[in-house]
Write a protein that binds this ligand. Structure first.
Ligand SMILES: Cc1cc2nc3c(=O)[nH]c(=O)nc-3n(C[C@H](O)[C@H](O)[C@H](O)COP(=O)(O)O)c2cc1C
Ligand code: SF4
Ligand code: SF4
Length: 257
């Protein structure tokens, strides 16, 4: 069983690749949470996997909340996570290991793959060039092909890109990010909006409603940026931080190939 979260398609691609390679079932965390589905029974030899993007050098809070509520009929024999990041993950392994150990389980393996950047809601953050984005995707695919057999054999390993100042980023900056940088009140639409409702459809938290043909953000945002990146006419902005920065989704890059 693989529980996954994804805003812009990178982690979804990774989760689907793993599910296909391992013959495992996929469950989308926001959907399971929405349906209050926290009770699962795994087969005796079944792996328990998690796939998610890195948000501010840690797992997204909604993933940690889900792990906390998850109830399994018996202790899983092999637990792993795979995360996608633009650059590096800080102490994500420590954070996730602690979350798993608090359940009385053991983390067997983890690895990260670099994928195209999606976060651009602050000054200084920008998207990868198309060339870099494609290079990251093909390197990530090679890493997945190399590590899939190790997951299949239930080996124990860790291949994380921790990066510099990891303690500071994960234990000081991340809590601040979760408190204030997920504020959706800075989302706005420009006159380009055609009222198509795509942003409503792609929001994994169902946080957007259309009111008089314009999106309204309703205060339960995880800052995945799916609404921004999927808008067909680039009509969504986050304050002024996103202006002129372009859009990215895994699907769009693949369609162009
Ligand atoms: C809110 C937010 C915070 C992010 N923080 C980090 C980070 O701390 N380190 C990093 O390398 N990438 C970071 N990223 C980039 C994403 O982890 C990366 O692009 C990921 O592959 C996106 O996955 P998705 O397409 O499945 O949503 C961040 C992206 C978002 C939206
Ligand atoms: S996806 Fe873009 S154009 Fe469509 S309703 Fe949302 S903001 Fe408007
Ligand atoms: S409102 Fe936008 S950024 Fe927030 S969770 Fe929904 S899609 Fe993601």
């Amino acid at each position: 069983m693989i529980f996954y979260f994804s805003g812009c398609g990178n982690s979804k691609h990774v989760a689907e690749t793993l599910a296909q390679g391992l013959g495992d079932t996929l469950a989308f965390i926001p959907e399971a949470a929405r349906n209050n589905r926290y009770d699962y029974t795994l087969a005796d030899d079944e792996r328990l996997g998690f796939v998610f993007p890195i948000y501010s050098w840690a797992p997204p809070q909604l993933v940690l909340d889900f792990v906390k509520k998850l109830k399994l009929a018996s202790k899983p024999n092999y637990v792993y996570f795979t995360c996608t990041c633009g650059d590096n993950c800080g102490h994500t392994e420590k954070v996730f290991r602690k979350a798993v150990e608090e359940k009385g389980w053991e983390l067997s393996s983890c690895f990260c793959v670099k994928m195209p950047e999606t976060y651009i809601a602050m000054g200084g953050f920008k998207l990868d060039t198309e060339e870099n984005a494609k290079r990251k995707i093909s390197e990530a695919d090679a890493t997945l092909a190399r590590l899939l057999p190790r997951l299949a054999n239930k080996e124990r390993f860790s291949e994380m890109i921790v990066g510099g100042f990891a303690w500071l980023k994960t234990y000081l900056i991340n809590p601040g990010f979760n408190r204030s940088a997920t504020d959706d009140r800075k989302y706005r639409t420009t006159e380009k909006c055609i009222g198509c409702g795509k942003c409503v459809d792609v929001c994994p938290l169902q946080n957007i409603t259309l009111e008089e043909g314009r999106p309204k953000w309703n205060g339960h945002c995880t800052m995945c940026m799916a609404c921004y990146h999927h808008c067909p006419v680039n009509a969504i902005q986050y304050g002024k931080a996103t202006e002129g920065k372009g859009q990215y989704t895994y699907a769009k890059i693949k369609v162009k190939n």
